[in-house]
Design a binder for this molecule. Structure first.
Ligand SMILES: [Zn+2]
Ligand SMILES: [Zn+2]
Length: 166
């Protein structure tokens, strides 16, 4: 494996701070980048090298990954980095598992995950109607909202001290 050596305490902290636990499934959903075209796995950059976040989590919390083996998800949530939802398997195991669960890198997968790889679980899905029923990812919506408010605060803060809290 040509994966970078890990400074575990710092990376543990990054893994925990950049993911949120979903109580209903126990998944830790990676909040940073995900690669939807690469199966929706979360990505983390370590020493300028982009690695799959769930693999890093496995290595940090459980142990090294044997050569040529894959880190698979029990929970079928590619963006999950909860080490207890991960197991080591061969490429065949991984494919079998994906087929069993019907997860492919296809339109079908997109329906189960938002474009950032967060699951459309009961808890993380917002439904709203706008002509037709639409779905939104709560994690992304909250992130967008707080970004927007930070921006507003920065703009208004410069003009006068306007409180945007409600
Ligand atoms: Zn999980
Ligand atoms: Zn999302």
């Amino acid at each position: 494996m040509d994966e970078a050596p890990l400074n575990s305490e710092i990376i543990k902290k990054r893994l925990i701070e950049n993911s949120i636990p979903i109580p209903e499934s126990g998944c830790w959903i990676w909040l940073k980048q995900a690669n939807i075209h690469g199966g929706g796995y979360g990505r983390i950059s370590i020493n300028n090298k982009v690695e799959k976040a769930h693999r890093v989590s496995y290595r940090i919390f459980i142990g090294e990954i044997p050569d040529k083996l894959f880190v698979c998800h029990h929970c079928d949530t590619p963006s999950c980095i909860n080490p207890y939802h991960l197991f080591i398997g061969t490429n065949l195991d991984n494919q079998k598992d994906m087929h069993k669960k019907g997860r492919f890198i296809s339109g079908h997968a997109k329906k189960q995950y938002c474009r950032n790889g967060h699951p459309y679980s009961n808890e993380n899905t917002i439904y709203y109607k706008k002509g037709k029923t639409l779905r939104a990812c709560r994690i992304c919506r909250n992130k967008a909202k707080s970004k927007y408010h930070t921006k507003l605060r920065a703009i208004y803060g410069k003009i006068k001290n306007v409180s945007l809290e409600r």
